[in-house]
Design a protein around this ligand. Structure first.
Ligand code: ZN
Length: 196
């Protein structure tokens, strides 16, 4: 394998990038401005060192706790529970939600061998144990696993009295991904959220 083949192989491991696109990217890099290529390489190199999950909510952050967790203007009585860190960015871009977040880090999926213990559920229950949270909005994706996870959380949280558990309203594409929901759909789902 020469350097071109090696880089093509690396690119083709990225989500959504097939062999053909990977080859195009390598050719682009070969011809690109070398300052750009150096900057790109160093960004890739330092990303995992610079960005870590927030120790409170689990979203990707450069400072810990993250800017959302430390923002005093946000409503600390509502926590929106999402599957992945990138879902936080999607919801933030809708400007529809001003509470806090909690990232599960996945979803209950027995077929993939993922149970509640592998997700950040204990830390969520700990966060709500002081009584300051009055509503948990479950924003897992509208899939079978997303629904299963929502029901599981609802049962766990229901034990803590006085907390309303809601789920984003449908309108999100069924079986779809929060990541691909447009801002308007997402805004509507927040306003029309229903109690579990
Ligand atoms: Zn945080």
């Amino acid at each position: 394998m020469n350097a071109i083949d090696e880089l093509t192989e690396s690119f083709s491991r990225l989500p959504g990038i097939g062999k053909k696109s990977a080859g195009r990217l390598v050719n682009f890099i070969l011809k690109a401005d070398s300052a750009y290529v150096k900057r790109f390489a160093s960004q890739l190199n330092s990303l995992q060192e610079k960005i870590k999950p927030c120790s409170i909510c689990g979203t990707w952050t450069e400072s810990d706790p993250c800017p959302i967790c430390t923002d005093t203007m946000r409503d600390r009585s509502v926590i929106c529970v999402v599957e992945q860190p990138q879902d936080v960015a999607t919801i933030e871009s809708s400007h529809e939600f001003n509470g806090l977040f909690h990232v599960l880090g996945g979803i209950i999926s027995p077929l993939d061998g993922i149970g509640p213990d592998q997700l950040n559920i204990a830390s969520l229950l700990k966060r709500i144990s002081d009584g300051s949270v009055t509503e948990i909005i479950i924003a897992t994706n509208p899939t079978v696993e997303g629904d299963t996870t929502a029901l599981y959380l609802q049962r766990m949280i229901a034990a803590a009295a006085g907390i309303k558990v809601t789920r984003l309203a449908s309108g999100l594409p069924v079986g779809g991904d929060l990541e691909y929901a447009d801002k308007l759909t997402l805004a509507r789902s927040f306003r029309g959220r229903t109690s579990l």
